[in-house]
Design a protein around this ligand. Structure first.
Ligand SMILES: Nc1ncnc2c1ncn2[C@@H]1O[C@H](COP(=O)(O)OP(=O)(O)OP(=O)(O)O)[C@@H](O)[C@H]1O
Length: 399
């Protein structure tokens, strides 16, 4: 209770009100609640309570999530909540996965990405048969192609017949729900608000930019009208993250970028600089779309249209967290128009206004939209082409 009040948590959020008693009663659950609504605490708190005291009985709980950044954040949350007790909460780092002797390493809670845990499992260096609790955070992502085989191996290795498994996410497509049911025992289904909906705290806006070139103009205009850091800027790929970074780095807006081509240390440094307020605008790929909790992101800009509606919900959910209001601006080109409909539906469900013509766009049968986009023109190339380079006026930038 001391740790909870020191963290400033005065009242449980709706997902915490529902999920904590369910987990404390020993039932499994799959829970779907909006982004930023406190799902981490909803599983971390009951898990620590059920573990009771630290023990040296092998690995007792495993939490899986899709990215290293999120795994680190979850580890920190567990450590904060268990301050004063000697629980061993361990993050599966690269070093741990390569060198640790798990047969002698006391571990109450192990937080990992599926890839790293599966790597250790494949080498027969870890025994998961004593695991009592298994949490899959961002569970729908973990059931996607690319993760599902590793999840399967880990679920099978957690062979304790009394294991309690739980799934948490802000989005839970029906197909994933069905798949999840096949591995769970009589799980309680908890849905807060409308399933697969965006956080009501985020004011969503669509901006037509015509084509790729129009995006840079629209971005500069947005920043000139009002730049209220911190801002997260999402692009489609790591190549585009690098290109956009090159384009913005010389402007007075303290920009940085994060993508999978950076080393772990560089990724962590980029996250830290953004958390500390040293970076005002962070360019990111979908690597950062899920789970990451930056306090007070004022605005998310989808420079590139998200490739699925699920990605849209998670991206814009980096803003409007823990009861604070946020804003999301999504640029769309001619090419993106046929894919507007599902995002428009999300906006309407959250009470945002949209032009009526958008409601008559036919639904796309193809769910993914990953077009080949023209490269973002870097400053040097533009100068060579004889085009004018428009900069930002630092006067208009408010910190
Ligand atoms: N009871 C509470 N009262 C106030 N703030 C809270 C409470 N519980 C959690 N928070 C804060 O809310 C923020 C969002 O929590 P968290 O990261 O767990 O959200 P989430 O639901 O997992 O989001 P996402 O779906 O994006 O992963 C965090 O900053 C957390 O500290």
């Amino acid at each position: 209770m001391k740790n909870i009040s020191e963290a400033g948590y005065m009242d449980p959020t709706p997902i915490q009100r529902q999920a904590i008693p369910v987990l404390l009663s020993g039932r499994e659950c799959f829970a779907c609640a909006p982004t930023g609504s406190g799902k981490t605490l909803a599983f971390a708190l009951p898990l620590l309570m059920m573990l009771g005291l630290p023990k040296k009985d092998g690995i007792r709980a495993v939490v899986l999530c899709p990215t290293r950044e999120l795994a680190k954040q979850i580890t920190m949350e567990f450590k904060g909540l268990s301050k004063g007790r000697k629980f061993r909460v361990r993050l599966m780092t690269k070093a741990l996965s390569r060198c640790a002797d798990f047969s002698t390493l006391p571990c109450d809670v192990l937080v990992s990405t599926p890839l790293r845990l599966d790597y250790v499992l494949n080498q027969s260096r870890i025994n998961l048969s004593s695991v009592e609790y298994l949490i899959l955070d961002e569970s729908d992502k973990l059931f996607e192609l690319g993760f599902v085989e590793q999840i399967d191996a880990i679920v099978n290795a957690c062979s304790n017949p009394k294991i309690v498994r739980s799934l948490f996410s802000a989005t839970l497509p029906d197909a994933v729900e069905e798949l999840a049911r096949s591995i769970m025992h009589d799980a309680v289904r908890i849905i807060i608000g409308e399933k697969n909906s965006a956080s009501q705290l985020v004011k969503q806006k669509l901006v037509f930019v015509g084509n790729e070139e129009g995006k840079l103009l629209a971005l500069r205009q947005t920043f000139q009208e009002r730049l209220q850091p911190p801002v997260l800027l999402f692009v489609q790929s790591k190549e585009r993250a690098k290109e956009l970074y090159k384009e913005l780095v010389f402007e007075d807006i303290h920009v940085d970028c994060i993508h999978a081509d950076l080393t772990q240390a560089q990724r962590e440094a980029a996250v830290d600089r953004f958390r500390e307020g040293k970076t005002w605008v962070l360019i990111a790929t979908d690597l950062l779309a899920r789970g990451i909790d930056f306090k007070g992101v004022n605005c998310v800009i989808n420079y590139d249209f998200p490739n699925t509606v699920v990605a849209y919900i998670h991206r814009i959910g980096r803003s409007g967290r823990a009861g604070r209001p946020g804003e999301a601006i999504t640029f769309y080109t001619e090419e993106d128009v046929p894919f507007l409909r599902s995002i428009v539906n999300v906006m309407v469900a959250s009470g945002c206004e949209v032009p009526s013509w958008m409601l008559s766009i036919p639904k796309q049968s193809r769910k993914r939209h990953n077009p080949q986009r023209d490269p973002i023109l870097v400053v040097g190339q533009r100068k060579k082409k004889g085009q004018k380079v428009v900069g930002l006026s630092p006067k208009r930038v408010s910190a």
